[in-house]
Ligand binder design. Structure first.
Ligand code: TYM
Length: 343
């Protein structure tokens, strides 16, 4: 990882979060979960299931706890090891909401007004959205900084939220004259898979909220469905080119090559060299085979975990206790810094 964030002398800690809303898809896997597995071997890692973020839009109370277990099962099935990394649900650790309030008083309305994800999600209906959805990035900053998270593995769509977290950390350190108290968290975005696009439209990111299920590959899709979705993926009439430069202006193809490269852990140039001159009749079945080979064991393992919810609950409970032990003292320090009454 890169150098320690400015002024901060504390230990490095990786923090990231995934929402328990809807099924996970290939973008979540390549942009986030796959990185979690790699990072846990060398770093102190905290991976949070952000149920407080999920409820910024309506969630069925009868389904929410199971959705949380579903994400936990996905973490475990991908290879996140609860003996190495902490896995827990956000709502079980009160430090998140408390610090989010303090940060509400540090962040500026103008900063939030610039957040493009809110504008995208709210569209023309911003007046009817929950205040929570608007405030979502402040809670995200609190998530990371309640753990003094220094590095945050995420997909590219989270870049702006991470910049806001840095701004909030810097303003807190400055306003309260505590240089280096909070680190300025660094996003870990680079690498293949940081921005997986819709299979139906190469200009839109692959997303849980896309109305077309054909636009994404879900963790829950079986082999036939994965193959069908890749077969039906939008492409153009050309053949596979020899160099990355020639992918310019061909967003759908570029996405499929990127997915192949990320899944097979090879550089794009190598993938292009292998398939240059071939049509999609050859490339798409090869990609489908690769996607099934990588995702099938994950889906199978996930289903095994889901059949044992007690085991998941034990892991989440102990993760929450460990997370609480880290975050509670940090937020207590914040209270002291801000000068709240105490005996
Ligand atoms: P969420 O739940 O939407 O997505 C989870 C992770 O998946 C990444 N991702 C993608 N990566 C590549 N291509 C895509 N098409 C794609 N779609 C999603 C996301 O970037 C993310 O890393 N706000 C966050 C959750 C969060 C968080 C945090 C993250 C809350 N607090 C603190 C980091 C640190 C979100 O909604 O992710």
């Amino acid at each position: 990882m890169s150098e320690k964030p400015t002024d901060y002398n504390g230990p490095e800690r990786v923090f990231s979060g995934v929402q328990p809303s809807g099924s996970l898809h290939l973008g979540n896997y390549l942009g986030a979960l796959k990185k979690f597995v790699r990072l846990q071997h060398e770093h102190d890692c905290v991976f949070c299931i952000v149920d407080l973020h999920a409820v910024t839009v309506w969630q069925d109370p009868k389904a929410l706890a199971d959705q949380t277990r579903h994400i936990a099962a996905a973490f475990l099935a991908c290879g996140v090891d609860p003996k190495k990394a902490i896995i827990y649900p956000q709502s079980r650790v009160r430090a998140h909401t408390e610090l989010a309030w303090y940060f509400n008083c540090v962040a500026r309305i103008g900063w939030l007004n610039r957040m493009t994800q809110f504008k995208d999600k709210a569209g023309k209906n911003s007046e009817k959205m929950s205040v929570g959805l608007y405030d979502y990035p402040v809670l995200q900053a609190a998530d990371i900084l309640a753990f003094k998270g220094t590095h945050v593995p995420v997909g590219e769509d989270q870049k702006q939220h991470l910049e806001l977290s840095r701004d909030i950390a810097a303003k807190f350190n400055n306003d309260f004259d505590v240089p280096g108290f909070f680190p300025l968290p660094e996003p870990l975005i680079q690498g293949p898979g940081a921005r997986i696009m819709s299979l139906r439209d190469g200009s839109k990111k692959m997303s849980k909220s896309d109305p077309s299920d054909l636009s994404r590959i879900n963790f829950t899709d079986d082999a036939d469905l994965i193959a069908k979705k890749i077969r039906k993926a939008k492409t153009d009439a050309g053949v596979i080119p020899e160099t990355s430069e020639e992918l310019e202006g061909r967003p759908e193809l570029s996405n499929l090559i990127g997915i192949y490269a990320a899944l097979s852990e090879q550089p794009e140039d190598k993938v292009l060299a292998e398939y240059a001159g071939q049509g999609f009749g050859v490339f798409k079945p090869a990609l489908a085979e690769l996607a099934v080979e990588k995702l099938k064991p994950i889906t199978e393992l996930m289903n095994r975990y889901l059949a044992a919810p007690d085991e998941i609950d034990t892991i989440l409970s102990s993760g929450a206790d460990r997370a609480d032990n880290i975050a509670t003292p940090i937020v207590a320090e914040v209270r002291d810094i801000m000068g709240f009454w105490k005996v």
